[in-house]
Design a protein around this ligand. Structure first.
Ligand SMILES: [Fe+2]
Length: 249
């Protein structure tokens, strides 16, 4: 097995619209992602994981333009949906592009669990019995694992988004053991967040579109622009992570 670290980038909450000229929170989601792209390329990622809300309106053209933007960026792409996504359109476009919805990926000697937390017509999330059963299976093999889910399993102290969390997060947390579960990475919150809970790190990827300043009652635009989270995964289970911003090349 190669000892080279595996570089993974988590992209989240691109909020593309059907109209390529359309605006999300007064900014162009396409332009935001384009602005971030040189920094993403500079990391030479081995894989991308898209953690939902890649479209604001669930439209096919939005997903098609996401694929166009990400073309050639990494040899492998995994994805989960968010509350704004149309899962059927997303699966159709991303499936044709060769993107993988898992639910398990095996990258760089690690196991990645892609958990679908979407509940139809509900901005909050939940893990269904299939997802919980998957977690029970994972616990039987202590392979280093990263878990991805769209909704935040704990409050990020921003009331505007904490109204729409992952419900019943204890069903997730009680199934995780730091012996195998290294981190849970989520999107949805449009800000940077990281905390260790019972030996497992919970962290967010800020949006590739518009972010909010942290710990705000209402969405308050963060002027530092689009972002993404990177991970370097070592085969023996060590890992590192950080946030990348547009302009960091
Ligand atoms: Fe979301």
């Amino acid at each position: 097995m190669s000892q080279r670290p595996f570089t993974l980038i988590q992209l989240s909450d691109a909020h593309f619209l059907e109209d390529p000229e359309g605006l999300y929170r007064d900014q162009s989601p396409d332009a935001c992602l384009a602005q971030l792209k040189p920094a993403l390329k500079a990391l030479k990622p081995d894989g991308l994981v898209l953690t939902g809300d890649m479209a604001e309106d669930g439209s096919r053209p939005a997903y098609e333009r996401v694929v166009t933007h990400l073309e050639g960026l990494a040899p492998q792409v995994g994805w989960i949906p968010g509350n704004h996504d149309d899962v059927d359109e997303m699966a159709s476009v991303f499936g044709s592009a060769g993107y993988d919805s898992g639910p398990l990926l095996h990258w760089g000697g690690w196991r990645l669990a892609l958990l679908n937390s979407v509940v139809e017509n509900d901005p909050a999330g939940e893990l269904n019995q299939d997802q919980l059963s998957l977690l029970d299976c994972l616990g039987q093999d202590p392979q280093p694992t990263l878990l991805f889910v769209h909704h935040q399993p704990m409050a990020v102290q921003s009331p505007w988004i904490d109204r729409f969390p992952l419900r019943s997060p204890e069903e997730l947390m009680n199934r995780l053991d730091p012996q195998w579960a290294r981190a849970v990475a989520f999107g949805h919150v449009h800000q940077i967040f990281s905390v260790v809970h019972e030996g497992v790190q919970y962290l967010s990827a800020p949006a590739t579109s518009v972010n909010s300043q942290a710990q705000m009652e209402r969405f308050t635009v963060d002027p530092t622009g689009p972002k993404a989270r990177w991970f370097r995964l070592m085969p023996e289970g060590r890992w590192a992570t950080g946030v990348i911003s547009a302009g960091m090349v």
